[in-house]
Design a protein around this ligand. Structure first.
Ligand code: CP
Length: 312
C-alpha cells in the first residue's frame, strides 16, 4: 500500500505535467471511494462544507462545467458559476480584475476554462487562490485525462502496458496532450493518428508513436480515443472537406467489426456524429463514452477534495 499521507505534490491543478504517478494513483483511489458514495441513495458527503468554489468559464462547456458543479455539490461545497458571455468582461474588465472581484466575496478555489493556453498558470501566479484548470486553449485539460485514464483502469484493471491510440485533430486538442502525459506516467503506450496537417511536428519528442493510417492504428491499439475536429480553433483549411476527413479517419461499424480483437471506444465529447464516429459505434457495447462522463464526477470530487487538503 502506498503512503499517501502527504497528499498531492501540488496545491493547484494546472496540468498533468505537474502531477507525478503517485499523485495520479492517489486521485484514482480517492475517486474509487467517491464513486461508491455516488452509487448510494444519499450521494452527498460533508467533506468541503467550509469551502467556496467559483466555476469561471470563458468558453462553452457542457460536461466539464456541470460535472465540476455536481462534484462540488456532492462534497457540500458552496458553489457559484460565472459565464463570461453574461458578465462585465464585455465592458472591458480584465481576467485578473474579474477573478479578484470573485475572490473578494470570500471564494477559496477557482475552476477556470479559458481559450488561451496558460491562463490557469498565469492566474495561479497573480491571485491568492487555488486554481483548477478546466481546459486552457489547445494546451491541457487535466481532469479530462484523469477521468479517461480512470475509465481505462476501471475496464482493464490497470493502465500500465495498455496501448491507446488517440485519433483525430491532435494539433488543436488539449485532451490529446493531457492524455499523452497522463497515460505515459501510468505506463501505457500511446499512439497518435490523423492527417499529417493535424499532427504537430513536436509530437515525436513526447515519445508517442505516430501513424497516418486509421486501420493500422486500430489494429495496434487496445483503446481508441476518437477526437472531434475542432473547427472553432482552425483559421485555415487542414483537409479538403469534412466528407473526405470522414472517409479517411471516421470510425464506423464496418471498420470496427473487421478488427480481429474487441477494442474499447472512447470520446471526450462533444461528439460530431457521422464525422469522426458513427452513431452505431458511439452507442455500441464497445463504447465507454458515457462511463467517461459518469467517472468525471468522481474524479473531480477527488481532485477538489485533495486540493482542499493542500490549502496553504
Ligand atoms: N470533454 C469536454 O471538455 O466537454 P465540454 O467542452 O462539454 O466540457
Amino acid at each position: 500500500m502506498s503512503d499517501y499521507s502527504k497528499g498531492l505534490s501540488t496545491k493547484h491543478l494546472l496540468g498533468i505535467k505537474d502531477l507525478n504517478e503517485r499523485d495520479i494513483q492517489l486521485i484514482f483511489e480517492t475517486a474509487d471511494t467517491f464513486k461508491d458514495v455516488l452509487n448510494r441513495p444519499i450521494k452527498k458527503v460533508p467533506s468541503l462544507r467550509d469551502v467556496t468554489i467559483a466555476n469561471v468559464f470563458f468558453e462553452n462547456s457542457t460536461r466539464t462545467r456541470l460535472s465540476f458543479e455536481l462534484a462540488q455539490k456532492r462534497l457540500s461545497a458552496d458553489t457559484i458559476n460565472f459565464a463570461a458571455s453574461s458578465s462585465s468582461v464585455s465592458k472591458g474588465e480584465t481576467l485578473i480584475d474579474t477573478v479578484n472581484n470573485i475572490l473578494a466575496m470570500k471564494v477559496d478555489m477557482i475552476v477556470i476554462r479559458h481559450p488561451y493556453p496558460g491562463a490557469g498558470i498565469f492566474l495561479s501566479r497573480k491571485v491568492n487562490a487555488q486554481i483548477v484548470n478546466a481546459g486552457d486553449g489547445a494546451h491541457e485539460h487535466p481532469t479530462q485525462a484523469l477521468l479517461d485514464a480512470f475509465s481505462i483502469r476501471e475496464k482493464y484493471g490497470d493502465v500500465a502496458g495498455k496501448k491507446i491510440a488517440i485519433i483525430g485533430d491532435i494539433l488543436h486538442s488539449r485532451v490529446a496532450l493531457s492524455n499523452i502525459l497522463c497515460l505515459q506516467k501510468l505506463g501505457a503506450e500511446v499512439m497518435v493518428c490523423g492527417p499529417t496537417t493535424l499532427i504537430p511536428k513536436y509530437i515525436g519528442s513526447l515519445g508517442v508513436k505516430v501513424e497516418f493510417d486509421l486501420l493500422k492504428a486500430l489494429n495496434w491499439c487496445d483503446v481508441a480515443n476518437m477526437l472531434r475536429i475542432q473547427l472553432e480553433r482552425q483559421d485555415i483549411k487542414y483537409f479538403p472537406s469534412l466528407r473526405e476527413y470522414t472517409m479517411m479517419y471516421g470510425l464506423n461499424k464496418q471498420i470496427l467489426d473487421s478488427l480481429d480483437k474487441e477494442i474499447l471506444i472512447m470520446h471526450p465529447g462533444p461528439i460530431n456524429r457521422g464525422v469522426e464516429i458513427t452513431s452505431d459505434v458511439a452507442d455500441s457495447k464497445q463504447s465507454i463514452i458515457l462511463d467517461q462522463v459518469e467517472n468525471g464526477v468522481a474524479i473531480r470530487m477527488a481532485v477538489l477534495y485533495l486540493l482542499a487538503g493542500q490549502k496553504p
